[in-house]
Write a protein that binds this ligand. Structure first.
Ligand code: AMO
Length: 445
């Protein structure tokens, strides 16, 4: 590392980017530009040095012909190593042989920061690395083309969700993430030390979003959710982003329509706007036709029995059975009328058949994307349901109190953002679509 210690780091000074790499086209031939970014690759081919500069929009070739370049530029470019942060002032030249038919001949190069060699991973992707090695070096890993594509699609999805819900009249809210009692039952809570008391990280905005329907009728929240999940699978995180809606004067049927229309909208937006990214990921997105299939839990159990899975009514569906369902029902479908005992206390039992509920899951192949339902809005029933689930109504005192002020009938759902991104990017491991994933074993970086 002696070289790096001695190397003079340049000031950004008055240099400001004139173009992103992707904006450098043959039409700019002869124009002076300033590029800022990172050294993706360097190749010395006898008389010519090629530097591939990467920025957030892509890459462009910087060409240094030894017999044309001045001594300063030759010296400076000779110091470069992969992933150094650099600035290049130079002239664009249309060049058929160069990538995208264009290159930049540098007049002056600035080294803005060095990168310690050898690098822990190869950003070009030529030498693939295991996911844990990549996650340990996440800032470098995120410079890979696949990650640039994944996180742009993620951004587009979030934008599409916000636009859609906003147009439908939902108000964006934020609810506390530090809470005093469980929302989804006690098992998966993270306790935290809150001064002299114990508090918890919120497992879901569930109770708050229900309360806010009393004031704003239609609300949504996109925010972090914490689950002390022991299951170390490729679709579970301990911290994930939940897209929640809640709507007053609505039932499960109403909010299922919102969910399927939203899925349709998101698929269309990604398909129409992210072709470049989908190509990098070698993935395609189909816009689903509406409405999605609605299959009751009873019908699912029958289907599974036909497929050789012996599941008693009232039992949860094991992963192997879900995989089977994914083959029978490709793409989106709802599983409705779940047994009441399999759903949280706030899901409404059916009036004419209380063993079954108005709770549903939205599935994509074999993966659960969302769950929701009509809620219990009768205080007495809610207290009974809490007790049936082994929870103490006293711990829900403040929530129960709100039912004394005119709680409207309401319904809602939550979609796991990461699972939504997984299906739009074709990634098999949920960690791939999170900037800094948290799971049972990973707390850094
Ligand atoms: P549920 O617990 O089913 O429902 O969560 C809703 C959706 O969130 C995603 N999800 C997860 N994603 C990553 N890692 C996890 N550990 C994880 N757990 C859940 C899934 C799931 O479908 N309050 C209810 C929703 C409601 O009724 O409105 C709830 O939280 O995509």
């Amino acid at each position: 590392m002696k070289v790096e210690k001695r190397m003079k780091i340049d000031d950004l000074g008055c240099w400001r980017r004139t173009h992103y790499s992707a904006e450098i086209t043959p039409e700019l031939d002869g124009k002076e530009v300033i590029l800022l970014g990172w050294v993706r690759d360097i190749r010395d081919l006898g008389g010519i040095r090629f530097i591939i500069l990467q920025d957030r929009e892509g890459t462009v070739q910087i060409t240094v012909p030894r017999d044309e370049a001045d001594e300063q530029t030759l010296k400076k470019t000779g110091l470069l190593q992969r992933q150094y942060c650099i600035g290049v002032k130079g002239v664009v030249r249309a060049m058929a042989k160069a990538p995208r038919g264009v290159e930049v001949l540098p007049k002056k190069v600035k080294i803005l920061a060095v990168a310690k060699q050898p690098l822990p991973i190869d950003v070009t992707g030529r030498t693939p690395a295991d996911i844990d090695v990549r996650l340990d070096a996440r800032v470098l890993d995120l410079r890979r083309d696949e990650n640039q594509a994944i996180f742009r699609i993620r951004h587009k999805i979030l934008e599409a969700v916000r636009t859609f819900l906003s147009k439908k009249g939902f108000l964006e809210v934020h609810t506390p993430k530090i809470i005093a009692s469980a929302t989804e039952g006690g098992a998966a809570l993270f306790p935290i030390a809150y001064f002299e008391r114990e508090a918890f990280l919120a497992q879901s905005p569930q109770l708050y979003k229900e309360q806010l329907t009393m004031d704003f009728e239609k609300v949504y929240e996109i925010g972090p959710t914490f689950r002390a999940e022991k299951s170390h699978t490729r679709r579970h995180l301990t911290e994930f982003i939940s897209i929640d809606i809640e709507e007053a004067f609505a039932t499960a049927d109403d909010v299922m329509k919102v969910a399927e229309e939203l899925m349709h909208h998101v698929c269309r937006v990604v398909k129409e706007n992210c072709q470049k990214e989908l190509k990098v990921l070698k993935h395609t997105v189909e816009v689903p036709s509406l409405p999605f299939k609605r299959i009751t839990y009873d019908e699912i159990i029958e289907e599974l029995r036909g497929g050789g899975f012996k599941i008693e009514w009232g039992e949860d569906i094991p992963t192997a059975a879900y995989r089977h369902l994914g083959k029978v029902h490709p793409y989106f479908y709802f599983i409705t009328e779940w047994p009441t005992r399999l759903k949280p206390f706030y899901i409404k039992p059916k009036d004419d058949d209380p063993e079954r509920s108005e709770g549903f899951d939205l599935m994509w192949h074999w993966i659960e994307i969302a769950s929701g339902g009509t809620r219990v809005h009768d205080k007495k029933l809610l207290i009974r349901r809490l007790k049936e689930q082994g929870l103490h109504p006293e711990s829900f005192k403040y929530h129960l109190q709100t039912f004394d002020y005119g709680m409207p009938p309401h319904a809602g759902w939550a979609i796991g953002l990461e699972r939504l991104v997984m299906i739009h990017t074709g990634r098999k491991n949920i960690r791939e679509v999170v900037f800094y994933p948290r799971d049972r074993f990973r707390l850094t970086p």
